[in-house]
Ligand binder design. Structure first.
Ligand SMILES: Nc1ncnc2c1ncn2[C@@H]1O[C@H](COP(=O)(O)OP(=O)(O)OP(=O)(O)O)[C@@H](O)[C@H]1O
Length: 355
């Protein structure tokens, strides 16, 4: 449904020149290849300045890529301009962090605006807008003005407006970043509902793992203009593949070894050290008494330093940081045992034994 092929974007900084007198540039996106199939909710997460906004704005050509091809719903947008591009954009709705509503228009008139611009007749507009206001739970607010609404209600108006032209794709640019956690949850629930009811494909950018965890099927990680990791959300939360992915996850879960232990961690094992491991387990492994089996079957003691159980959509995910205590042969055997039981095991380092 959404396909980016080798997309790069370079901004030229107006009025700024390098030492050689050439205009200064910023390469915001570098060779992005990316595909979101129909009906999916795909999140792109990254730190500030990583290129998230540029990426999402390149999908509907609010920013034109410097090079590369953007295809949405089978149409190559980068080959279009003028009226043809405007017509194609009717198939792509977009919502923003700060809602972008017209303050002088009522809720109804805000939602009606794109339909007016498309030249639709009044009666048709009413038939379209009324059920949309019901869908977003604002049918009793049709004649109010944005200033009379809460942030969450404003975003609901923006969602109804984005859906007015019956798009196949919805782009969400940090849509919940200005909202409190409870309102965020209600807007995410609405987006999930719309995705299911209308089969809408949703691409969202965010810096919040909570958003990814709550509604995304798949996630991409962007860093310095490059997509560095992509995975199904359950897999990403179980075993991120990059340092940045692990940083995002640890920050979100607050699951780090205690500071005093980090200071003692050594990279390489020695005859007198124990491994400190991060274990992630899902599915059957969550309900299996693995720790007592480790002690019984491998003869190692397990000191649990931190543990957490998270619900990631329909999956239950267990996470633990633990020190495995025993001889090096026994702890090696324990690590093999854990891996053979479908646990994701990451050795964080080794600490000198005190025994
Ligand atoms: N219009 C512009 N002109 C020049 N440089 C820009 C422009 N827009 C973005 N940039 C630069 O491109 C890079 C990526 O910016 P972008 O806004 O896409 O990142 P982001 O991940 O969305 O960041 P944030 O989360 O802070 O909004 C940054 O270095 C930024 O300074």
């Amino acid at each position: 449904m959404i396909r980016l092929h080798n997309v790069s974007k370079t901004y030229t900084l107006k009025g700024r020149r390098d030492d050689g007198g050439s205009p200064r540039t910023v390469q915001a996106l570098k060779h992005i290849d990316f595909h979101v199939p129909a009906g999916r909710i795909h999140g792109v997460i990254g730190l500030s300045g990583a290129g998230k906004s540029t990426l999402i704005r390149c999908v509907n050509l609010l920013e034109r890529p410097t090079t590369g091809i953007v295809t949405v719903n089978g149409q190559e947008l980068t080959a279009l301009s003028g009226p043809a591009l405007n017509a194609a954009r009717h198939g792509i709705g977009m919502i923003f962090q700060h809602f972008n509503l017209l303050t002088s228009r009522t809720v109804f008139a805000n939602v009606a605006l794109p339909l007016e611009l498309m030249g639709m007749r009044r009666g048709e507009i009413r038939e379209r807008v009324t059920p949309l206001l019901e869908l977003v739970g604002l049918d009793d607010k049709a004649s109010q003005y944005p200033a009379q609404l809460s942030g969450g209600q404003k975003q609901r108006v923006a969602i109804a407006r984005a859906l007015a032209s019956r798009p196949k794709v919805l782009l969400c640019d940090e849509a919940t970043s200005a909202l409190d956690p409870q309102t965020t949850a209600s807007i995410l629930a609405l987006l999930r509902d719309i995705n299911r009811k209308l089969g809408l494909t949703i691409l969202l950018i965010t810096h919040e793992m909570e958003v990814v965890k709550s509604i995304c099927h798949r996630v991409s990680l962007i860093s310095d203009g490059e997509l560095v990791e992509e995975a199904e959300v359950g897999d990403f939360f179980t075993a991120p593949q990059t340092r940045l992915g692990r940083d995002f996850l640890n920050d979100f879960l607050k699951l780090e070894p205690p500071r005093a232990l980090i200071d003692r961690l050594e990279e390489n094992p020695s005859r007198h050290s124990h491994p400190v491991v991060r274990l992630a387990f899902s599915g059957d492994a969550v309900s299996t008494p693995l720790i007592s089996r480790l002690a019984r079957e491998c003869g190692v003691d397990v000191s649990i330093l931190q543990a957490k159980v998270e619900s990631i959509q329909e999956r239950t995910l267990g996470l633990m940081i633990a020190e495995l205590m025993g001889s090096s042969d026994k702890t090696r055997e324990a690590l093999d045992y854990l891996e053979s039981h479908d646990l994701h095991v990451e050795v964080l380092g080794h600490v000198q034994r005190n025994d």
